[in-house]
Structure formats: structure tokens, C-alpha cells
Design a binder for this molecule. Structure first.
Ligand code: G3H
Length: 541
């Protein structure tokens, strides 16, 4: 099958396996039936009678493949999880909350070792649940391990800097970072493992207690990691809840027992969650929300390079990345050349099942997603766009689709498609894409393609107050993970990176004393005799 983006709906049907025998044995799904949840270090059987059935976006012989089931908790169960978490925090006085940096690092190091043992099952389940192609699913796992190791390294550095006393205006101080309390972590389905860990691990390693709810897709992949959590952390420090947001998250937020909300998803949901908290001023939030990143291709751009970068930027993992480029602005003078090269590349993208070699376009996990994307395409056509390539769908597969020229009357101009549809606008004056970015509700990133220093410099100066990252001749992306990842306007609250995340989940706290003989002796003796975990001058190697 090599029709790719030009496949008809009928041809797309043939990309799905007709029988299980067509799947390589190492990639067959392992059925996971989970009836319990992790709370207070124990696996507790849920009282809710019906488990939630997990279906893959992959169909075999017209049937969605069943991957297993997980519980969905009721209100009482969720509130009892919260009370376990609160006991593990004990208003900041539990063993965990007052543990030393080294003790917490040891727990996380132990967890990484256990996690690595589960790689094959986690990666294969992730592939079946969200249809990320196998190499990218594996990359997500490895990147997560690297992220955890870099977090440990970064915390050691932070601790070394905080391990000294400072003396200012005859006051001695030791300034450290302390945990905040009970953190509710919720990641997105497109990076169910990595993005969740980018908040969960920093929250834990800083001494907080975590309640974690997996994303709507990508739930079973956590199952093999639950024993590793239970084994590596004290009871109640990490707890996992399952179910519909309304049933599970509303009671948690309304209780006022959540101190930090770490959420990656839509702004609408984030607003509802925050409103449920009885004391919003006490709630710290770190949010990764929607984006509609625009790319601008200038008249002097290196077209071949722009095509390569924009292919990755728009269609990696079917365009289901918050950092994906979701609209392209082409200068009219390069439009024909770009469109012809770009559509050739899009047409060559391999469609298929995520375990196949070289496959780039895979089934979409969200229900009714193809109908939504089709609606965007039809609306664009009504308002004057043409389909350059693509435009068909069957079940969960949608061909990569390029639309041009797009304009402000179309839904795809504003809506975050989060799928394999690439809207391309043509401009004559640079003010047109600049105004688009200024007027957008979102402000995550942008990419500019060009070779003229003066033009690039001027554009950079215009755009750095609109978005949080301007990429030059490069696609938009989150990494490297040491770089700050954030957004302006409706795109984010707070900043994540390996080192920033440690700050997000902690607060600067200091112990201070006037510089007199009594205090000098006290502080010397406390540190010399290792009597405090906070007041100490140890160097962590
Ligand atoms: O979905 C949003 C992710 O943070 C994007 O990360 O740019 O590395 O794909 P990425």
C-alpha cells in the first residue's frame, strides 16, 4: 500500500490488520486487567462495580482491540485517597515532608532502577493505547529516564548551592527550598508518560506528596510502574486515582486539600478546576495548555530546509503535540515552490500501524476525532481553501492533509486542530503573520524561516513579547529539557524545565539569626552534630 496522503477512505481500511497473525509477536498487546488502585502504599480493590474498558484506536477485523480495564473510583474512594495523602504530608511534619534531600534522591534513584525493568511492557502498551509509533514510544520512555536522572543532578546542584550560610547586614541565613504539600498531577494523552513525569518527579523529589490521575488515554501503561512506586516511596507519598474528571477531580479540588495543581490539558478544564478550590489564592498552579504555533516562511528562506523542519513540526505524531506548528504563513513569492515540495513530502509519509518500520501517520486515539478534523476541512473548503493533498479518513485514520490558502473566516485559522491537518496561509506583507500572532489567544512558540539577518533580527524583536520561544529555521519543540518550557496568554501558567520544575514545586524558606556569639555557637553545633535536616552544610556528591 503506497497511496499515503492520497489514499481514499476505502484504501485506508486496508492499513488496519485483518487478523492478529499479521502483528509481529513482540508487538502483540498484553491484556491488563486492573481492579485496584494505589493508595497509602497498598493496592486497594475499588468498590465501583464496573471497570472502565480500554480500547485501542487500532481495529482488527472491524473491531477495536480491547487492551484491558482499569477501575474508576467513586467520590468516597477519592476522598479517602486524599486523606491518605494528607497523612503522608501531616501538615508538613511527616517523615517524608521533613526528609533530607539525600533521602529523597535515594527513593527516586531506586524508582528509576525499577522503572527501567518495565520498559518493554510500558512502551508496547503506550504504543497500543495512543498509537505513537514504536521508535517514538521508546524515545518517550528513554527521554523520561534521562529527565529523571537530570532532575536528580539538578537537585544535587541546587542543594550544594543552598548548603552554605550567608551573612548580610550582620544576619546569618541559610536559604533552601521547602515542599508545598499535596500535589495533584495530571498529564496529557499525547505524552502520557513523559509529560506526567516532568511534574510528578520534581514534585516528589522536593518532598511533596502526590495524587496522580493518568490522562484519558494512556492509563494501562502505568500499571507495570505501580509496584515500582509502592516499593520506592513511603506509604501515601504517591497515590493514583482513576475515573472521569468530574467524579474524581471535582471532590479533590472542592475539598481545598490540594496545594498544587500540575495540569497539562485544556484551558477550559484548568479554569473549572481552579474555580472548584475554595481558597484559590492558596493554590499554586503549573499549567501547560493549548497552543496554535505559527510558522513564517520569508521570501529569502531556504525552502528545502523549511520544508524538512515544517514536515516534522506539523506532522510528527500526527500533529498531536502541543508544540506542533498549527498554521504556516508563506510569503507569496515562495508559495508555489514551498507548496509543491511540501505536499510531495507529505504524500510520501507512510501511513500504517505504529509497529511498522518507518510509519509516520497512525490511528488517532480521540473518539470522533476524524469527524472533527473533517469538519475543519469542509469548513475551510466552504471559505475558499483547496485540499493540496489528503482529506480522507476511515475509522481512526486520517490522511495527512494540507489546506491552502486559509483565511480568517475559517475555523482552522483559530482552532487548535491537534491532528494531521496543515493549514497554510499566503501573505504579501509581514504585518499579516505578525498581526495573526499578536491577535492570537495563544502564545507558546513560533518558527521563522529566512536568511536575511536584518529581517530575522527585526522579527525576533517583534515576536519575543508575543510567545515564549522564537525558533529560527527550526521547528517548534519543547526540548532540550534544560530549556524553559512555558507560554504566554492562554498557553501556560508557570515554567517547566529540569531546574525550573524543582522551583515550581517548592518555596524558598530560610532560617535567619542575628550574628552574635550565642547564635554562632548554636548554628555551628547544630550543623557540626548533624542535628537538623534543613540546617546543614553537607555536600551531596
Ligand atoms: O505536547 C507537548 C509536548 O511538550 C511537546 O514536546 O516538542 O518535545 O514534542 P516536544
Amino acid at each position: 500500500m503506497n497511496c499515503s496522503s492520497n489514499c481514499s477512505s476505502n484504501q485506508l481500511r486496508n492499513f488496519f490488520p485483518a487478523k492478529k497473525d499479521e502483528i509481529p509477536p513482540q508487538h502483540l498487546p498484553k491484556m491488563i486487567i486492573q481492579k485496584n488502585y494505589l493508595a497509602n502504599g497498598n493496592f486497594i480493590q475499588s468498590n465501583t462495580p464496573d471497570n472502565f474498558q480500554v480500547l485501542s484506536p487500532i481495529y482488527i477485523n472491524s473491531q477495536q482491540v480491547s487492551l484491558g480495564e482499569h477501575p474508576h473510583l467513586n467520590r468516597e474512594e477519592v476522598l479517602s485517597v486524599l486523606s491518605h495523602a494528607q497523612q503522608a504530608w501531616k501538615k508538613g511534619n511527616s517523615d517524608w515532608a521533613t526528609s533530607s534531600t539525600s533521602e529523597r534522591i535515594r527513593c527516586v534513584e531506586n524508582f528509576v532502577k525499577e522503572m527501567q525493568l518495565q520498559k518493554n511492557l510500558v512502551v508496547n502498551t503506550l504504543m497500543w493505547e495512543i498509537c505513537k509509533n514504536y521508535p517514538d514510544a521508546e524515545k518517550e520512555f528513554d527521554r523520561t529516564i534521562d529527565y529523571i536522572k537530570e532532575t536528580i543532578h539538578s537537585l544535587k546542584e541546587l542543594d550544594r548551592i543552598s548548603s552554605r550560610f550567608v551573612i548580610e547586614q550582620k544576619i546569618i541565613g541559610q536559604i533552601r527550598r521547602s515542599p508545598l504539600g499535596v500535589v495533584l498531577c495530571m498529564g496529557p494523552f499525547n505524552y502520557p508518560l513523559n509529560e506526567t513525569f516532568t511534574t510528578l518527579i520534581p514534585a516528589l523529589i522536593m518532598g511533596n506528596v502526590v495524587i496522580f490521575k493518568p490522562a484519558k488515554f494512556g492509563v494501562l501503561l502505568w500499571n507495570p510502574l505501580l509496584p515500582a512506586f509502592a516499593k520506592s516511596f513511603p506509604p501515601g507519598v504517591i497515590n493514583v486515582v482513576y475515573g472521569e474528571g468530574k467524579e474524581v477531580i471535582t471532590p479533590l479540588m472542592s475539598s481545598g486539600g490540594i496545594d498544587v495543581l500540575a495540569f497539562i490539558g485544556s484551558g477550559k478544564v484548568a479554569d473549572v478546576l481552579k474555580k472548584h478550590h475554595p481558597s484559590p489564592h492558596r493554590l499554586r498552579s503549573v499549567l501547560g495548555l493549548e497552543a496554535k504555533n505559527a510558522a513564517i516562511v520569508l521570501e529569502d528562506a531556504d525552502i528545502q530546509l523549511a520544508v524538512e523542519e515544517l514536515l516534522l513540526g506539523t506532522l510528527s505524531y500526527n500533529g498531536q503535540r502541543c508544540t506542533a506548528i498549527k498554521i504556516i504563513f508563506l510569503h507569496r513569492s515562495v508559495a508555489d515552490k514551498f507548496l509543491s515540495q511540501f505536499s510531495d513530502k507529505v504524500s510520501a509519509l507512510k501511513i500504517g500501524m505504529p509497529w511498522e518500520d518507518g510509519v509516520k501517520i497512525t490511528p488517532l486515539p480521540e473518539d470522533e476525532k476524524c469527524l472533527y478534523l473533517n469538519g475543519l476541512v469542509e469548513d475551510a473548503i466552504t471559505h475558499g481553501a483547496k485540499i493540496i493533498t489528503g482529506g480522507s479518513h476511515h475509522r481512526s485514520l486520517f490522511t495527512p492533509t494540507v489546506l491552502s490558502p486559509v483565511n480568517a473566516k475559517m475555523r482552522v485559522w483559530r482552532e487548535e486542530q491537534f491532528g494531521p491537518v496543515v493549514p497554510i496561509a499566503i501573505f504579501d506583507q509581514i504585518e499579516e503573520p505578525i498581526n495573526y500572532i499578536i491577535e492570537s489567544s495563544y502564545g507558546q512558540q513560533t518558527s521563522i524561516f529566512g536568511t536575511n539577518e536584518e529581517k530575522i533580527a527585526t522579527l525576533v524583536d517583534h515576536l519575543v513579547n508575543q510567545v515564549s520561544r522564537v525558533n529560527i529555521n527550526s521547528q517548534c519543540q519543547r526540548g532540550p529539557d534544560s530549556f524553559p518550557f512555558t507560554g504566554r496568554k492562554d498557553s501556560a501558567e508557570g515554567t517547566l524545565s529540569v531546574s525550573d520544575a524543582l522551583r515550581v514545586f517548592s518555596i524558598r524558606t530560610l532560617v535567619a539569626a542575628k550574628e552574635n556569639n550565642l547564635n554562632k555557637t548554636l548554628l555551628s553545633n547544630i550543623t557540626y552534630n548533624h542535628q537538623s535536616k534543613f540546617l546543614n552544610t553537607d555536600f551531596i556528591f
